[in-house]
Design a protein around this ligand. Structure first.
Ligand SMILES: Nc1ncnc2c1ncn2[C@@H]1O[C@H](COP(=O)(O)OP(=O)(O)O)[C@@H](O)[C@H]1O
Ligand SMILES: O=C(O)[C@@H](O)C(=O)COP(=O)(O)O
Length: 422
C-alpha cells in the first residue's frame, strides 16, 4: 500500500525501537536495512529505513538520508520522521541538525520539531533540558559514551551549532495546555522564522498531544516515543484502517549467541549479570588489534549449541579510554565492530540462528555482516527492543538489537525466554 509515514533512523537499534513502537498499535511496519537498491514495491503504511549514519561524516550522513528520503517519497510518503537517539547522541557538527535541514529543504518545509523524550525509558525534556531518569543528560552515564559523549543537557544549545537557522522551544507549560496550544505556539514561532523547535515532554500523555498537534507536519524529528501515537491518529483521521495489521509469526531454529559492543552503563550491568551463569568471552581491543578475532572464534567453536555464550567488548569507561588512547577512538570502535561482525558470521555458519546484539553501532556492523536487508517486527522484549525476523545466508534468523541503555538487568535471559515463548 501507499506509505503514509516514511521514517529514517540513524542507527539500527533506533530503527527497531521505532518500528516496534509503531507496531504496538497493530499496524504493519516494514523495516529495511539501508536504502533499498530497487524502487519501492510491496510497501507498508509505515516504512522505516535503518541507516548507520549517527557517527558518519556529516556529508555522508546527509547524502544517505536524502537518498532514503527519495526512496520513501517514491513509495508515496508525504509525511516523514527523522529518528535519532533518545539521548540526542551527536557531535557539535551533527548529524541530527544537518540531516534535518537537508530533509526540510528536499521536502520544502520551513519548520520541524525535535522531541527525543521517551518517558518509558526515563528520557524526559523540561525547559529544553534532557534528563535520563533523574539526572541531566550531561551527568548521566552518556557523558562517557565511547563515540558521542554528551557533555551538555540543553537541547537548544546542542542543536544550535548543528543548524543554520534559529532554534526555539515549546515548553512544558504550553504542552500541558494540549494540542491546540502546541499548534498555536509553533505557528507563532514560524512567524518569527524559527525553523527548529525543541518540544518539552515528560510523560506519554504529552507525546500524544505533541503527535496530535504535529501529525500533518511534513517532517517530525525525535526519539521513537513521539511517533508512537501516529498510527492511532491516522486511523482516527481515516487515513488507515486496522485491517492493515498483520501478526508476524516466524519459526526460528534454536542455537543462540549474545554479542555486545555497547559500553553503556545498563549494558555493563546486563553483561555482568549474564556472565554469572553463562560462558563469556571478553574481547580486548588491544589484543584484537594484534591478533585479530582468531582466539574468540576458536572459543566460540568450542561452545556447544545448547549453551548461549556471550562475547563482549563491553568495558568500564577508563578501560575504553585506555583502548582509545592507544588505538584512536574510531579505530578502537571499528576493530571491535569488525570482530563482532566476524563472530556473528561464524556463529551463523556453526548453526546459531538467534542473535541478541547490544549496541547501536555494533548492531549496524553485525546486521550488515549477516547481509540482512529487511526485518519483520516480532514481540517486544523490553520497551523499545523487539525481536525481529529476517533471512541470512538462506536461513531464517531472529535478531534482537538492543540499544545500549535499554532493558532491565536480566535483559539477555529475558530476550532468550521471550523467543521460546512465542
Ligand atoms: N572496550 C572498548 N574500547 C573501545 N571502544 C569500544 C570498546 N567496546 C566497544 N567499543 C566501541 O564503542 C562503540 C559503542 O557504540 P554502540 O555499539 O552504539 O553502543 P551503545 O548502544 O551503547 O551506544 C562501538 O563502536 C564499539 O565498537
Ligand atoms: O532512542 C533511543 O534511545 C534508541 O532507539 C537508540 O537510538 C539507541 O542508540 P544506541 O544506544 O546507540 O543503541
Amino acid at each position: 500500500m501507499t506509505t503514509l509515514l516514511g521514517c529514517i533512523a540513524d542507527d539500527f537499534t533506533g530503527a527497531t525501537d521505532l518500528a516496534g513502537l509503531l507496531a504496538r498499535s497493530g499496524v504493519k511496519v516494514s523495516l529495511r536495512i539501508g536504502v533499498p537498491a530497487e524502487p519501492p514495491k510491496d510497501t507498508a503504511a509505515f516504512e522505516v529505513i535503518a541507516l548507520k549514519s549517527r557517527t558518519a561524516p556529516v556529508d555522508a550522513a546527509v547524502a544517505e538520508c536524502r537518498a532514503a528520503l527519495a526512496w520513501l517519497q517514491a513509495a508515496g510518503a508525504k509525511r516523514f520522521f527523522w529518528k535519532y537517539c533518545s539521548t540526542f547522541d551527536s557531535t557539535a557538527q551533527g548529524n541530527i541538525g544537518p540531516v534535518a535541514e537537508a530533509l526540510m529543504r528536499d521536502i520544502d518545509t520551513a519548520q520541524t520539531i525535535y522531541c527525543p523524550a521517551f518517558p518509558e525509558n526515563g528520557r524526559s525534556i523540561f525547559m529544553g533540558n534532557l534528563f535520563v531518569g533523574q539526572q541531566p543528560l550531561n551527568e548521566s552515564p552518556m557523558k562517557d559514551h565511547p563515540l558521542t559523549p554528551m557533555r551538555d543537557s540543553n537541547l537548544m544549545r546542542l542543536l544550535s551549532p548543528q543548524v543554520t537557522q534559529p532554534v526555539g522551544l515549546v515548553d512544558r507549560l504550553t504542552v500541558a495546555r494540549g494540542a491546540g496550544a502546541i499548534k498555536a505556539a509553533l505557528a507563532q514561532l514560524a512567524d518569527q522564522n524559527i525553523a527548529h523547535v525543541v518540544v518539552d515532554a515528560v510523560a506519554d500523555a504529552d507525546l500524544v498531544q505533541i503527535a496530535s498537534a504535529c501529525r500533518d507536519m511534513p517532517l517530525m524529528t525525535g526519539g521513537s516515543a513521539v511517533a508512537m501515537p501516529l498510527p492511532d491518529l491516522y486511523v482516527q483521521d481515516g487515513l488507515l484502517s486496522r485491517e492493515a495489521a498483520q501478526a508476524q509469526v516466524h519459526k526460528v531454529d534454536p542455537g543462540a549467541v549474545i554479542l555486545s559492543g555497547s559500553c553503556s552503563a545498563m549494558t555493563r550491568s546486563q553483561v555482568a549479570q549474564y556472565c554469572r551463569t553463562a560462558p563469556g568471552f571478553r574481547l580486548d581491543p588491544l589484543a584484537l588489534a594484534q591478533e585479530g578475532a582468531g582466539p574468540a572464534l576458536a572459543w566460540l567453536a568450542a561452545q556447544t549449541l545448547e549453551t548461549t555464550p556471550i562475547l563482549y567488548a563491553t568495558a568500564e569507561p577508563d578501560e575504553v579510554r585506555r583502548a582509545q588512547h592507544a588505538l584512536g577512538t574510531a579505530r578502537a570502535g571499528d576493530i571491535v565492530e569488525d570482530a563482532l561482525a566476524q563472530i556473528a558470521l561464524a556463529a551463523l555458519e556453526r548453526g546459531r540462528r538467534r542473535f541478541v546484539v547490544a549496541g547501536g553501532e555494533t548492531s549496524g556492523a553485525v546486521t550488515k555482516a549477516l547481509g540482512v536487508d529487511r526485518l519483520d517486527i516480532g514481540a517486544e522484549i523490553a520497551p523499545g527492543v523487539p525481536w525481529t525476523y529476517c533471512q541470512s545466508g538462506g536461513h531464517s534468523i531472529a535478531l534482537a538489537l538492543k540499544s545500549g541503555n535499554f532493558g532491565a538487568v536480566d535483559f539477555f535471559a529475558e530476550a532468550l525466554a521471550c523467543l521460546e515463548a512465542t
